[in-house]
Design a protein around this ligand. Structure first.
Ligand code: SF4
Ligand code: SF4
Length: 298
């Protein structure tokens, strides 16, 4: 069944819904996406995050290598040969896409060369308010903002550091700064006409009773869709078990009172390539690294 989007800007999102594999279950098994790993730096520290290069792990924050904006055009050409179904060219790290200029520079070049492709950015949102217009001009039309709490007392348990205007913030001021930027950025992006999806990492005992409040706040700010993904236990949260299917299901159900929920996320690598719903990961072929698990025809 197609997801019905919450929408405020009046922009026609039907093309995005038909063709973006992470906006509808139908497109998820039909169309491909690729992530260009051009953004290594990050401006905050989420305590569940470990960024890694040259690894076969399949999760956000990892990539075989960081590429330059210059390399991106040839990489997209090669990816389209491997997977002509790719409709979406995204940038999702391995760090934050707005902590350095590389993502916007890359999108500008990609948009000029491949004007028909949907360009998609994932960010923690800290620098989103300042970049909404530049992202639009670079051809980006879908933005994912990861919002793990809208209560600073909860977010301070998840994010230990925020770098803001050259200053390192910790504790409550860090959490307040990040939440303010995220909500301001989502409001501005939704008004501009972007399709804004939000992600949240479900962390048992930390934000699992807070998901409905996050969804309600995101809906008020103008987000169109919510994607709740389970914690991958690592870093400071290595001893917290990943949430059960039942816990994930009930968080998604609570959130659905406020926003449509995307349920098919594969928690992809920062250099993912292929059709996510077909479990065919082509990044090893694209970048030439060896893996025993390149193909999974499950
Ligand atoms: S914003 Fe992303 S890259 Fe930065 S610490 Fe958090 S999860 Fe890691
Ligand atoms: S991480 Fe989830 S939302 Fe992003 S490309 Fe993969 S399946 Fe889609």
């Amino acid at each position: 069944m197609a997801i019905e989007l919450k929408q405020e800007s009046g922009t026609d999102f039907s093309h995005l819904l038909r063709s973006h594999p992470c906006l509808s279950a139908e497109a998820h098994v039909k169309f491909g996406r690729m992530h260009l790993p051009v953004s290594y730096a990050c401006n905050i520290q989420c305590d569940f995050c470990i960024r890694k290069l040259k690894t076969e792990e399949t999760r956000p924050g990892v990539a075989y290598k960081v590429m330059t904006p210059d390399e991106s055009i040839d990489t997209v050409k090669k990816a389209l040969e491997l997977c002509p179904e790719i409709q979406v060219i995204g940038i999702a790290g391995p760090g934050d896409t707005l902590a350095s200029p590389h993502a916007i520079e890359t999108f500008t070049r990609i948009h000029a060369e491949f004007p028909d492709k949907i360009l998609c950015l994932s960010t923690n949102g800290l620098m989103l308010p300042k970049n909404v217009d530049r992202l639009w001009d670079a051809g980006v039309r879908t933005i994912s903002v990861t919002v793990n709490a809208v209560d600073p007392e909860i977010l301070r348990q998840i994010v230990s550091k925020v770098v803001w205007e050259g200053e390192v913030l910790r504790g409550l001021p860090a959490a307040e700064r990040l939440i303010h930027s995220q909500l301001t950025g989502i409001r501005a992006a939704a008004r501009k006409g972007f399709l804004v999806k939000s992600n949240a990492v479900l962390i048992p005992g930390v934000n699992d009773t807070h998901i409905a409040a996050i969804a309600e706040t995101l809906a008020e700010a103008g987000a169109s869709m919510f994607n709740i993904i389970p914690l991958i236990p690592q870093g400071k949260f290595k001893d917290i078990a990943t949430p059960s299917c039942a816990a994930l299901g009930s968080a998604r159900k609570e959130a659905e009172a406020y926003l449509p929920v995307f349920r098919h996320c594969k928690q992809c690598r920062a250099d993912a390539c292929g059709i996510p719903g077909k479990h065919v990961e082509l990044s090893a072929l694209l970048y030439g690294y060896a893996t025993e698990n390149t193909f999974s025809h499950g």
